[in-house]
Design a protein around this ligand. Structure first.
Ligand SMILES: Cc1cc2nc3c(=O)[nH]c(=O)nc-3n(C[C@H](O)[C@H](O)[C@H](O)COP(=O)(O)OP(=O)(O)OC[C@H]3O[C@@H](n4cnc5c(N)ncnc54)[C@H](O)[C@@H]3O)c2cc1C
Length: 199
């Protein structure tokens, strides 16, 4: 992100992200004691020479949006729905979209589909006579659940970001992340195969 946007991490921090120093502010609580790397190789806190930024997903997206809007040659056309590709002279020359009930066209030298997994572009290309790309479906056995708590006054963890692992064979992790309001976002994550509620 810092390569794409000038002063990205400074902006992120000014919006509320917490900067964490690898090896000092991040602790892994293992059954046989604390560690400061996920492999468990570093057992005493020490500066590992890199920063990690902790923030909510919406805050990160907001920062990216603001930084993108700061480019003078970038314009967002919000509240619009692309309806079809403009196909002329054997090439895609833009899109047709609706906005406020009106239909408009936008010409472009290059049109990029960023419509995510619900993108209609494969269907539009098929309608234009192109072969539909082959889809690969990959099963994912991973789930997580999260909640937000206020940190009690007595809590002295010594680290701003923490991960707990109950036993060396228990594959689910629980983590917490402190923010400036002394809240903790806690997550339980891992493969849930075999857990009755997830079958
Ligand atoms: C519950 C959940 C949790 C996740 N957690 C993580 C995580 O922790 N870490 C991680 O890295 N990834 C995570 N992901 C995956 C991540 O969110 C996606 O990989 C990522 O958002 C894909 O980005 P994208 O820009 O390609 O598509 P999207 O974020 O899906 O954006 C596509 C956009 O295009 C718009 N759009 C679509 N069609 C049209 C149209 N015809 N006209 C106008 N606009 C259109 C949509 O409205 C949408 O805003 C998670 C996904 C889910 C569902």
């Amino acid at each position: 992100m810092s390569l794409l946007y000038p002063n990205f991490t400074e902006k992120l921090q000014s919006m509320g992200a917490v900067r964490l120093r690898g090896g000092k502010d991040i602790a892994i609580f293992l059954p046989d004691g604390n560690a400061y790397t996920f492999t468990g190789s570093v057992r005493e806190p020490r500066d590992l020479g890199f920063d990690i930024y902790s923030q909510s997903h919406p805050l990160l997206e907001h920062c990216v949006r603001q930084c993108t809007l700061a480019f003078r040659n970038v314009r967002f056309q919000s509240g619009s729905s692309v309806q079809e590709l403009l196909w002329k002279n054997k090439r895609v020359e833009g899109v047709r979209f609706t906005h406020d009930g009106n239909t408009n066209s936008l010409s472009a030298e290059l049109t990029i589909d960023a419509g995510g997994r619900g993108s209609r572009v494969p269907r539009w290309l098929a309608e234009l006579g192109f072969q539909v790309p082959v889809e690969t479906m990959i099963g994912v056995d991973f789930a997580y659940s999260s909640a937000k708590y206020r940190i009690p006054g007595y809590w002295r963890a010594g680290a701003l970001l923490g991960f707990f692992r109950a036993t060396s064979t228990f594959s689910k992790w629980c983590g917490y992340r402190a923010n400036r309001e002394r809240h903790v976002a806690s997550e339980l994550r891992g493969p849930f195969r075999g857990v009755p509620a997830y079958r």
